[in-house]
Design a protein around this ligand. Sequence first.
Ligand code: URP
Ligand code: ZN
Ligand code: ZN
Ligand code: ZN
Length: 486
Amino acid sequence: PAYDLVIRGGRVATASDVFEADVGIAGETIAAIGRNLPAGRREINARGKLVLPGGVDSHAHIEQLSAAGIMNADTFESATTSAAFGGTTSVISFAAQHVGMHLPQVVSDYHALARKGAVIDYAFHMIIADPTPETLAHDIPELVKEGHASIKIFMTYDRLKIDDEPLLDILVAARESGAMLCAHAENHGIIAWMVKRLLARGYTHPKYHSISHARFSEADAFNRLIGMAALVDQPIMIFHVSTAEGAKVIRQARGEGLKVFAETCPQYLFLTAEDLDKPGAEGAKWMCSPPPRTVADQDALWQALALGDLQTISSDHAPYRFDEAGKLRAGPNPNFKQVANGLPGLEARLPLLFDAMVSKGRLGLEKFVELTATAPAKIYNLHPRKGSIAIGADADIAIWDPAREVTLSDAMMHDLTGYTPFAGRKLRGWPVTVLSRGRVVVDDGKRMAGPGSGKFLARTGGEAAKPTGRMVADMDPETNFGAKLF
Ligand code: URP
Ligand code: ZN
Ligand code: ZN
Ligand code: ZN
């Protein structure tokens, strides 16, 4: 037979079209899309099902130590298994440098963990916490050449935060090596001051975590980051936008022609600050940074997604167990500052969004595919190999039953967090069969692929990471009295 596998009779969706077709797979890639394809060695009957590109989750923390030294609940095996059960077939995780660590060693260590455990394909963003001269001049360019074409920095968190001056150095290092610069952008001083004041007055409950991240801390940091990126003409990706004001800052920057990309996450579309208001320490399960906000913010974020101000929806999977190994490390009644920040989301991301966007009709199927697979693949230069159903693309495919009704529960999740912040939600639509490079990874509730079968995706910066070529007056020798700053 011409094909190893034919997915027959489904409705195929891409970011631009929905149509009935068979999909023929030869080896690891899609070889044909058409009607009445000849029989394959194997066949999957997809009648009544949707045949979608596997999700691309471009922001997930896996086997990573938090800033405060708390270990993430997942391994590459558990995290990528849970991703696959939720219809995701590519993940961009982090190689996280802490102060004093040699970046090439960090990258090599995360590589070893992923090579051993991953069941889907993966890439890394490099977190820079210690921008030494060697890191900037030598390690970043070398590692970008090896296929790690994005850098993440934090503008907050005590042990990770990068101040303005080193941030400019990192922006230039990204520019000169052709990498995207991703940022966790919140004003550290405002948050630290709010935390101090809340705790001093005895407001220790998890719900005050949301209050400590004053809304203005987000828009303010976005403005500062965007201004610095524009100064050196470096494209940026702003992670996990949570407020209406933050989305507005991004809209304005994009309107001015700046290369600013941005994502949001399900927690900002489906949760609010009220979710943290639970008896005892329970609310810690919903604690992430930035925190969930209000229903008005949810609406503003949906609007920003509709308009293209935000281009992707990632999980920001950051799993910590709700016990002494994770969120409750400081005891059964921690103050909010002692609780590790983050939520699991690799598995629930796509079903939550499918239910909202496809089953309930908000923005529709093509936009669902775009925001969760095609756009992240393009921005991080994994496209056309990943993120679409096209001839020549990797056969990374999620076959969805649009009628299956599922109530999310802690017990059904495949990651090791032990809970999902979305438990109890009734969703319509579920990925029943998931393929990665032509291999069935998940079928009808069973994992079919072993740990270590996922592959590293080396990538260059691509179109999104290219500078605009326009220089601001301060940096332009024609208007700065001849000073050459690049
Ligand atoms: O609360 C979160 N998001 N924790 C993970 C680390 C980060 O901020 O990205
Ligand atoms: Zn080195
Ligand atoms: Zn972050
Ligand atoms: Zn994150």
